[in-house]
Design a binder for this molecule. Sequence first.
Ligand SMILES: [Fe+2]
Length: 245
Amino acid sequence: MLKEKIPYYAEKYGIDFIIANGENVTHGKGLIKSHYFELLEAGVDAITLGNHYWSKSEITRYIDQADRLVRPLNLIKPFPGEGSVVFELDKISIRVTNLLGSAFMEEEVNSPYYSLITLLDEAEPTNIHIVDFHAEATGEKQALAYALDGKVSAVLGTHTHVQTSDAKILPNGTAFISDVGMTGYANGILGSDSDTVVNRIVYGKKSTFVTPDEGRGIFSAVVLDIDDATGYAKQIFPIYFQEEN
Ligand SMILES: [Fe+2]
């Protein structure tokens, strides 16, 4: 879906820079090195992660050389890689930060808000700053976005895999959506085969979630238009494409 849809939408909307959350790319959990490069070859410029940042252990062996990969900033345990990375695009600096939520998530994390405020205090300012807030609760995502309104260009929620219809620009210029949604297998549950999920979640059976290799696809994204002079968002709108049955 990425390989097909990125060129189409990039041309349609004149996209300059593409960020993908890649934490579920390798069979639903984690990101191996070859898939990291596959995303870049598909046209992705920066890749963020989430609670599955370490689900494929080989990431610890390549993340320090992967200059387009952004792992969660607010991890408590030491982990290689960077939680916030600056990219240069035609003399415009774009900071991409990945944050993990604290509500209903299993990982122990530092406060997402104070981690980001500390970063803003210490880091070099950039023209644009986009935050991927990987979190479960819509309330936590909205609260963080309003707390950061005017301090970053966008707070984009990920993790629930279901695109929300609340994309908007907040009063002080920060673009926001509770969840961008997912790209992958459309007929199942959050990208996995439905039987494998129902067996565990509903019937309590031992079951490994399976991400099908084939099937109807879905592509979810948001398009941002950001004023690089002010860093504020001018527009945000969602893309939600499903293949026909
Ligand atoms: Fe996640």
